[in-house]
Design a protein around this ligand. Structure first.
Ligand code: FES
Ligand SMILES: [Fe+2]
Length: 386
């Protein structure tokens, strides 16, 4: 029987039962009703620029293979063999004309079609209808400004409808230069002992925590005013706001130069040099804004600025585990030293604090959520970003 989640969330009063963060049954419902039905981030187009390029990803806990076929079309398939369910592609990324399952050797083209079956004549008497046994496609696949999304729901609204007004804001991060964005460096992956919703919520609406949780990062200069704590007056002057539309949450603030002492020499001359192009691309309003921490429902988060320019995917791995994938993001046309600074910034900025706060919140919720099932948490306030 499905858990009735209606009475676990009180939207009017901003209250939520802690059970939603720890309950196995609710987690399984989420895999079916959230991950299998929404548009989920799969990969960046820059990861598959050439025919045959592929990257392994997930929708919820289901492995998905994203591949640009030999004719240049980007496809996504459930990464399991139609024979006995073995994972067809076990590499993280690469280039292939075809994928051969390592169990019995069924082979699929990079367009998903079954093209080879060992013993087709001797064991299957040429009666297997190979047309029927290609890889299972993700029902809909589409891209927005380089980000590839997929949904298992053939009836889901279009990706653009799903993004809604958030598409306008997303462009600030992904389209400030003509060439769009790319990922730089590799991917950082780690496990957090927490439910996927905690980090998604943290990025999507919780600017409130920044001056407290990240004060050590502010003091050493990774965040904020280069090692100096801002006065209340300064904070008010750069205060941004949270935007909510279509279930997505974005932090938006006035554009300002980078203040991390390690990288100001790289980023600030670059930002100065692209100022006019940014306004040309985004117009006078968006050209003056920057994206803060944000979440596209359900599990793609991103953070703007320069030193933290990353996207994060919170892959669910149970009500007590999240597999985080983090990539550094850069303008495609940025010079190599700027891209490298984004890469280093992503490696050294918020990774650890995100893990610590997720794990700490989780351990508290695990105790109070189980023992006090009726306990509620206050939903994040929309306090201004620092
Ligand atoms: S499971 Fe893939 S060929 Fe048998
Ligand atoms: Fe944070």
């Amino acid at each position: 029987m499905l858990t009735d989640t209606q009475n676990l969330v009180d939207l009017k009063r901003g209250l939520i039962s802690r059970r939603v963060y720890v309950d196995q049954e609710i987690y399984e419902q989420e895999l079916e009703q959230v991950f299998a039905r929404n548009w989920c981030f799969l990969a960046h187009e820059a990861q598959v620029p050439n025919p045959g390029d592929f990257v392994s990803s997930y929708i919820g806990e289901d492995p998905v293979l994203v591949v640009r076929d030999s004719r240049g079309k980007i496809n996504a398939f459930l990464n399991t063999c139609r024979h006995r369910g073995m994972r067809v592609c076990r590499a993280d990324h690469g280039n292939a004309a075809a994928f051969t399952c390592t169990y019995h050797g069924w082979t699929y083209g990079n367009d998903g079609k079954l093209v080879g079956v060992p013993g087709y004549k001797e064991y299957y008497y040429e009666e297997l209808d190979m047309e029927q046994w290609g890889l299972v496609p993700v029902a809909q696949v589409d891209s927005y400004k380089g980000l590839i999304f997929g949904t298992f729901d053939p009836e889901a609204p279009s990706l653009l409808d799903y993004l809604g007004d958030m598409a306008w804001y997303l462009e600030i991060l992904l389209g400030r230069r003509k060439g769009g964005s790319v990922l730089v460096g590799g991917v950082q992956k780690w496990i957090m002992n927490t439910d996927w919703k905690l980090p998604a919520d943290n990025f999507g609406s919780d600017g409130y925590h920044v001056p407290v949780t990240h004060i050590s990062a502010q003091k050493v200069g990774f965040l904020g005013a280069g090692g100096r704590i801002r006065s209340e007056q300064e904070r008010q002057a750069i205060r941004g706001f949270n935007v909510s539309a279509n279930g997505h949450g974005f932090g938006v603030g006035p554009f300002r130069p980078d203040e991390n002492p390690l990288y100001t020499d790289v980023f600030n001359p670059y930002l100065e040099s692209i100022k006019d192009e940014v306004v040309e691309q985004l117009g006078p309003v968006r050209g003056q804004l920057r994206i803060g921490a944000s979440t596209l429902f359900p599990n793609l988060s991103m953070i703007g600025g320069e030193v933290h320019r990353t996207i994060r995917i919170w892959h669910p791995r149970g009500p007590d585990k999240t597999e985080v994938w983090s990539y550094a993001l850069a303008d495609a046309e940025a010079p190599a030293e700027v891209k490298n600074a984004h890469r280093l910034g992503a490696l050294t900025s918020t990774t650890r604090s995100a893990s610590v706060k997720g794990a700490t919140a989780r351990s508290t919720l695990a105790t109070s959520g189980r023992r006090l099932a009726s306990t509620t948490s206050a939903v994040s306030t929309n306090a201004g970003r620092s």
